[in-house]
Design a protein around this ligand. Structure first.
Ligand code: AMP
Length: 127
């Protein structure tokens, strides 16, 4: 299950879909729906902080949850609710601050990717 199909989630989703991995996307912006439909990716339209949407996405039986949205508070709610429904699921989340990383780990994320830290790491690796 992938939450968010913006600049980050689109790259993740397209790659997983191309690999033939089973994928369901939760995205709140209607604009992205057409693109998801064209790609043939199963999609739920709405805000993933809604527990009924997480239930409809069947997070209780999913292998992994990828939270690719920028807001750490909303992401934390999604991570927390998913962890409650599925203790064994792999949760990978996105953050943009150190406090966001800590918050998402506290809410139950296995791994948190901090965008700015990865940018810095990539720049240094190019020298
Ligand atoms: P970006 O920052 O460009 O990667 O875009 C983030 C994407 O996540 C956008 O397409 C948003 O509509 C989507 N998004 C943000 N918050 C939520 C949420 N709570 N539920 C579903 N989609 C979201």
């Amino acid at each position: 299950v992938l939450v968010g199909f913006g600049r980050v989630g689109r790259r993740v989703g397209e790659a997983l879909h191309a690999e033939g991995q089973p994928l369901l996307v939760i995205e709140q912006q209607r604009d992205h729906l057409e693109e998801l439909r064209a790609l043939g990716i199963e999609t739920i339209l709405g805000n993933a902080t809604r527990e009924d949407l997480l239930a409809a996405a069947n997070v209780a039986h999913a292998r992994a949850l990828l939270v690719a949205i920028p807001d750490a508070i909303e992401a934390g709610r999604i991570v927390h609710a998913t962890r409650e429904h599925n203790p064994g699921i792999e949760i990978i989340a996105r953050a943009h601050t150190d406090s966001g990383v800590l918050h998402l780990e506290t809410q139950g994320a296995n791994r948190v990717v901090m965008g700015e830290r990865e940018l810095a790491r990539s720049m240094l690796a190019m020298l």
